[in-house]
Design a protein around this ligand. Structure first.
Ligand SMILES: [Mn+2]
Length: 395
């Protein structure tokens, strides 16, 4: 494996031996042990339909490769329940097949918001500093396909073997932040990475803890199911039943209400937010002490702000940006958070390898500059993009 990359084998897979003329007695499985052992020629059923048969087959082959190579599972900076739930479900699935497989969930930072989920599931997470540089296990990236949101990960583009995600891939541009992986399972119709996995791992192989992890991911990404459509709701209900947990208990661990201390700080910070109404939409720009900055941006989105930029102070001259655009404007009107973040990065002179970006409705990055300078740049760029998208406004 000279370049450390694992390639999918081109061998044909026979998934349903019963369909082969001559009947089961004559079936010769030319396939690897995985299909033989775990598929056993049966038709499998799944909790959802967010993945194709081809996706499932590619996933099975990848899992089979990790048997010997082991794997590192990771997710975006500022991990959330969807990324962690998906990583946990895969790790558990992998180790239920291959108990000696070396699989680790590695994150760039641990966020207090996810403590209860980590505790409820007993997830083992570690930081990248615990992974020696010579560790060349293939990387599985969950819940993002943007290197701009993997700044904390020690990732060389060519080591990412599999991506499972529900965000649109950033393609067709020179400065794309989407890495290419051998196996990419991306469905932008899904609201969470977890429901894609619930459509890939056979129903009868999802145990209670995996079901809880996947249900938690859906809760987390759908704002407690508020944004879930009928399909996502059905998948959630099936997983919830399989987990044996009540919905309110899952919500408590997956999407915990912030502590009263956090709420108190949040209220103060909300008062200081700079508010502007542009094209009949509320644009809010603020600063926060709360880690992650996304707590303030989510709160502002919750009360109806359409476009939100929040800066978390790293030092007086360095800030972490969390940028959000409401889903409808992002998808239907092409008001793209990643586009705005990229422009801001260029204006701030962020070096090429650290450039901001992310997904259509959620982006971020580290920006040099004081809060006052940056909030002005952010406002101007949001306004410029909104003028472009909705037509020039009169000042
Ligand atoms: Mn997600």
């Amino acid at each position: 494996m000279g370049d450390g990359r694992i390639r999918e084998s081109k061998k044909p897979i026979i998934i349903r031996p019963s369909k082969i003329p001559g009947g089961p007695s004559e079936v010769r499985l030319r396939e690897d042990a995985f299909v033989n052992d775990f598929n056993q020629g049966r038709r499998r059923s799944f909790h959802g339909k967010m993945a194709s048969e081809r996706d499932r087959e590619r996933f099975r082959r990848a899992i089979d490769l990790y048997k010997d190579s082991g794997a590192i599972l990771t997710t975006h900076d500022v991990p959330d329940g969807d990324g962690l739930g998906a990583a946990y479900a895969i790790k558990r699935f992998l180790q239920s097949k291959y108990p000696s497989c070396r699989a680790d969930i590695v994150v760039s930072q641990q966020i207090p918001h996810t403590d209860r989920l980590i505790e409820a599931l007993g997830i083992d997470v570690c930081g990248w500093d615990r992974i020696p540089p010579q560790d060349d296990r293939p990387i599985i990236v969950l819940d993002t396909n943007s290197l701009a949101l993997l700044t904390g990960a020690r990732i060389l583009g060519n080591r990412i073997h599999m991506i499972i995600d529900h965000h649109q891939k950033d393609v067709g541009r020179e400065d794309s932040s989407s890495p290419d992986a051998d196996v990419e399972i991306i469905n932008i119709k899904a609201i969470s990475a977890c429901e894609i996995l619930a459509s890939i791992i056979p129903k009868d192989e999802i145990d209670e803890r995996m079901a809880l992890a996947l249900a938690s991911g859906i809760i987390c990404d759908s704002e407690r199911l508020k944004l879930a459509d009928d399909q996502s709701l059905v998948i959630f209900q099936r997983l919830r039943k399989a987990s044996g947990w009540r919905r309110d208990r899952i919500e408590e661990v997956a999407f915990p209400a912030p502590s009263s201390q956090t709420v108190s700080v949040l209220i103060d910070e909300m008062k200081m937010v700079r508010k502007s109404i542009l094209h009949e939409r509320l644009v809010a720009i603020g600063r926060t002490q709360i880690e992650p900055a996304a707590i303030l941006s989510s709160a502002l989105r919750d009360i109806g702000a359409s476009v939100v930029g929040v800066l978390g102070e790293i030092s007086p001259s360095l800030h972490k940006l969390s940028l959000r655009v409401n889903v409808r404007d992002a998808h239907e009107n092409d008001l793209r958070a990643d586009e705005i973040a990229r422009k801001i990065g260029r204006i701030c002179g962020v070096p090429e390898n650290k450039k901001p970006g992310g997904h259509i409705d959620k982006a971020g990055g580290i920006l040099p500059g004081s809060f006052e300078e940056l909030s002005e740049i952010i406002f101007e760029n949001i306004k410029e993009e909104m003028d472009r998208v909705f037509g020039k406004s009169i000042r």
